[in-house]
Every structure is written in structure tokens, then in C-alpha cells.
Design a binder for this molecule. Structure first.
Ligand code: AMP
Ligand code: GLY
Length: 424
């Protein structure tokens, strides 16, 4: 079968890499893709938000299944658009992608169905926000309602900081329409865990757990980023935590969406926090995480295309997922200055040292070919250097060994990905 992947980051490279291994796949396309994805798929220069061109391409080239990696097209309704034209596509419809697209929606859903999460209030104006902020305990968390590239969450220590936050989100509209509404939320403390799952509208299958490193700097300092590294499994995701989440969170979320007339098909990413009162949901995403995908997908033993099809067809209840016992860890190589300003266009060396290996991979996040056909940097996050090994410690040593083989002028990375492994 012919498969089209929509997106251009490290997550989409991991998805494409797994699809390329499937015996079912005869032709793989990716729109728009990047220089790494080009090794396993034919890249087509159509932007992820151009639904008309994407659907046209899928029809013309008789694509059997389209897989969407990114949140923007999902929240924007790409699945509805494809389905209206009888094109098969993996991902939630617009009315279900709202689980990620509106924080107010997801908080109301959790409250209504008794899914554990932080206490909150939704406010519709700066005035309402200010009145609410007089009554809360600090620190307090402010969240722009809509998609804000992972930057719409502010943790405010004092009323003065919260005032700046209200101004930025609701008055200066730093995140545009995402700031029409805001969630004001109780601050929780505990370890964070990412859990990805496949969902077919009714059934859910949990993937291996992972642990992200969102801050730019060593020791979890500096600005929030899309994620500077990741590992799987998380040693803090114990059987007890798993049992609690299965009882109180996972299936309940899927059932709640179905009960609301918004059946969810695709990937639900549960952003969990292990508080003293038990696991709670910090956030939902309607897609694979990036770089969670880069450490979870290499451990998946199933044919990923079969899993995608089971979600689309509603037959996931007949399938069990299998994961390798090996641990996986990735270190993101970024452009110095990310997540703010950075330069790009620098040639990358050492990529060929990963060719033919099945325990070390380099997933491309922001790369392209220049006029001379060289692979150059093309984004804030550039590469995810990933290693599989029997233990997390070995995977970490291997990944940090492998990053030394890759060079570009303004290479930046964290040196402590996986530090929590030593605390487990
Ligand atoms: P989100 O986009 O909702 O995942 O938020 C981004 C990050 O903000 C999370 O990964 C947490 O580190 C932090 N965060 C979000 N909500 C809370 C909360 N209620 N208490 C403490 N930290 C939070
Ligand atoms: N790594 C976090 C995310 O993809 O949202």
C-alpha cells in the first residue's frame, strides 16, 4: 500500500522510519518532509496546512493511508477534509482534536467525568482573570486556551508575575486567538511522565512511557522548549501508577469523548504528573509527542501501519501492542539560541556513521538539502540522536557517545538527558 505522512519534524521521521519497515508499504511519501525523511520516503513540497493540495496529491497518487504527525492540521480539520473525499486518514477529527486544541474544553471534560487533574477556573476576559487571581494561591499556572507552540503555559510565583501573564496572553495577545480564553490552574508538583496511546474511538492501547526534558538548559533551567531529549521507559511509571491510570484516566478519557459525541481516533498523549495525591493529567495532546515518538516508536515491535489501520477501522480491541525490553534515549541537537533566535543553514557532518545500524539512529527534525546537495541545519531543533540498549544507563552512554560523531557550527545540546535515571 501507499502511505503519505504529513509533517516535517523528528517525530515524522520516526513515523516514516517505522512505516518504511512495514512489509505492507510499497511506496512512502512525506509532505513536506526533511533531508533525513528523504532517505526513507519521497518528500513532496506541500505545506502541512494546505489540505486541498494534500488531498489532491493523495487522490492522484492513489495513496491508501495518510498519517498526520502534527497538531495544527489536526486541530484545523484535515481529517474531516480527507474523509469528506473518501480518503483514508489516521488522526482525530476536528471535534476530537479539540482535546488538545482547547485547554478549557479538556479541563471541563476531566471535571465532568471525574478524571484527576489540577483544580482550575476558565476566564473569558482580562477583567475576569484579574478578579480570579485575587483569590488563588501562588504559584499559580496560566494557560492560553488554544495552541501556542507549547509556549502558552506560564507558571507565576507572585500576583505581579500573574498580572504580566494576563497582559501578555489576553491583552497583548502574544499567542493570538489562543488567548481569547485562559485557564487559571492550581500549581502541582511531582514527576512528569508522558504516556502515548493508540485509540480507535472506543478501545485504547497504551504505548511505553517516556520522560521529556522541556527546559533548554542543563539542570532543567532556562526557557521551555519543544523538548531537548527523552527516554523510554520511565522508571517512575510503576505497575501501581499504570494500574491507577488504567482505572481512572485512560479508558475514562476515551469513553468521555465518545459520550460527548466526539469519538477520538488516533494518538492520545497523556501528560501526567505524579503528585502526592496520585497521578493527575496535566495536559492532553492529540498526536505523538516530539521527541517522545523518537524513543517510543523504535521500541514498538508491531507493524505500525497495521496499528494505524486498526485505529482507522475500529478494530484495535483485537490487537495487543508489543514493546522491546530495550531502553531508548535520545539527545536533541539544537541550534544555539533555540528556542529564541538562532542561525541556520550550517552543513552537518557525521550523519553517515549511523547508516546500517539498528541500535543508533539519527532522526532529523530541522534539516534540508542546500543548492550543492549538502545536508544543512534548518530549524531550532535539528537532530535527535537516539540509542537503544538493554538498560537506560547504557542507552544514555551510547547516545552521548554517538552525538560526538555529529557536527555543525552552532550545535547546542543538554548534557544531562536522563539524569532522573540515577534518582530512580
Ligand atoms: P502543558 O502545555 O499543559 O503540558 O504545560 C507545559 C508544562 O507546564 C508541563 O509539562 C508542566 O511542566 C508545566 N505545567 C502545566 N500545568 C501545570 C500545573 N498545573 N502545575 C505545575 N506545572 C504545570
Ligand atoms: N515533547 C512534548 C510534546 O510533544 O508536546
Amino acid at each position: 500500500m501507499k502511505v503519505l505522512i504529513v509533517g516535517s519534524g523528528g517525530r515524522e521521521h520516526a513515523i516514516a522510519w517505522a512505516c518504511a519497515k512495514s512489509p505492507k508499504v510499497t511506496k512512502l511519501y512525506c509532505a513536506p518532509g526533511n533531508a533525513g525523511i528523504a532517505v526513507v520516503a519521497e518528500c513532496v513540497p506541500i505545506p502541512a496546512m494546505d489540505f486541498e493540495k494534500l488531498a489532491g496529491f493523495a487522490k492522484e497518487n492513489e495513496v491508501d493511508l495518510t498519517v498526520v504527525g502534527m497538531d495544527d492540521p489536526l486541530v484545523g480539520g484535515i481529517v474531516d477534509y480527507f474523509e469528506e473525499q473518501n480518503l483514508r486518514i489516521f488522526g482525530p477529527r476536528k471535534n476530537a482534536a479539540i482535546l488538545e486544541g482547547s485547554k478549557a474544553f479538556s479541563k471541563d471534560l476531566m471535571q465532568k467525568y471525574g478524571i484527576p487533574t489540577a483544580a482550575y477556573r476558565t476566564v473569558n476576559s482580562a477583567e475576569e482573570a484579574r478578579a480570579c487571581l485575587k483569590e488563588v494561591r501562588y504559584p499559580v499556572v496560566l494557560k492560553a486556551d488554544g495552541l501556542a507552540l507549547g509556549k502558552g503555559v506560564l507558571i507565576c510565583e507572585t500576583p505581579a508575575e500573574a498580572e504580566v501573564g494576563v497582559r501578555q496572553i489576553m491583552e497583548d495577545r502574544k499567542f493570538g486567538d489562543a488567548g481569547n480564553r485562559m485557564v487559571i490552574e492550581e500549581f502541582l508538583t511531582g514527576r512528569e511522565i508522558s504516556v502515548l496511546s493508540f485509540v480507535d474511538g472506543r478501545a485504547i492501547r497504551i504505548m511505553a512511557s517516556a520522560m521529556d526534558h522541556k527546559r533548554a538548559g542543563d539542570g532543567d533551567t532556562g526557557l521551555n522548549t519543544g523538548g531537548m531529549g527523552n527516554f523510554s521507559p520511565s522508571p517512575f511509571y510503576t505497575e501501581e501508577v499504570d494500574a491507577f491510570c488504567r482505572e481512572h484516566i485512560y479508558q475514562k478519557t476515551v469513553d468521555a469523548m465518545a459520550a460527548e459525541g466526539r469519538p477520538f481516533k488516533g494518538v492520545i498523549f497523556f501528560g501526567l504528573i505524579l503528585t502526592e495525591d496520585g497521578p493527575k493529567v496535566l495536559e492532553y495532546n492529540a498526536r505523538f509527542g516530539d521527541p517522545e515518538a523518537q524513543v517510543v516508536i523504535p521500541r514498538l515491535k508491531n507493524d505500525i501501519v497495521e496499528v494505524f489501520e486498526a485505529c482507522v477501522d475500529g478494530t484495535l480491541d483485537r490487537m495487543e501492542l508489543e514493546f522491546s525490553a530495550d531502553a531508548c534515549l535520545c539527545v536533541v541537537l539544537a541550534s544555539d539560541g533555540y528556542p529564541l533566535a538562532y542561525e541556520k543553514g550550517f552543513p552537518i557532518s557525521g550523519l553517515e556513521t549511523f547508516e546500517g545500524r539498528d541500535d543508533e539512529f539519527v532522526f532529523h527534525a530541522g534539516t534540508r538539502f542546500d543548492e550543492e546537495g549538502r545536508i544543512v541545519t534548518n530549524g531550532g531543533r535539528v537532530l535527535a540522536v537516539t540509542a537503544l540498549a538493554p538498560t537506560l544507563r547504557e542507552a544514555r552512554d551510547k547516545a552521548y557517545g554517538a552525538v560526538e560523531r555529529v557536527h555543525f557550527a552552532n550545535r547546542y545540546m543538554r548534557h544531562d538527558i536522563g539524569h532522573a535515571i540515577d534518582e530512580a
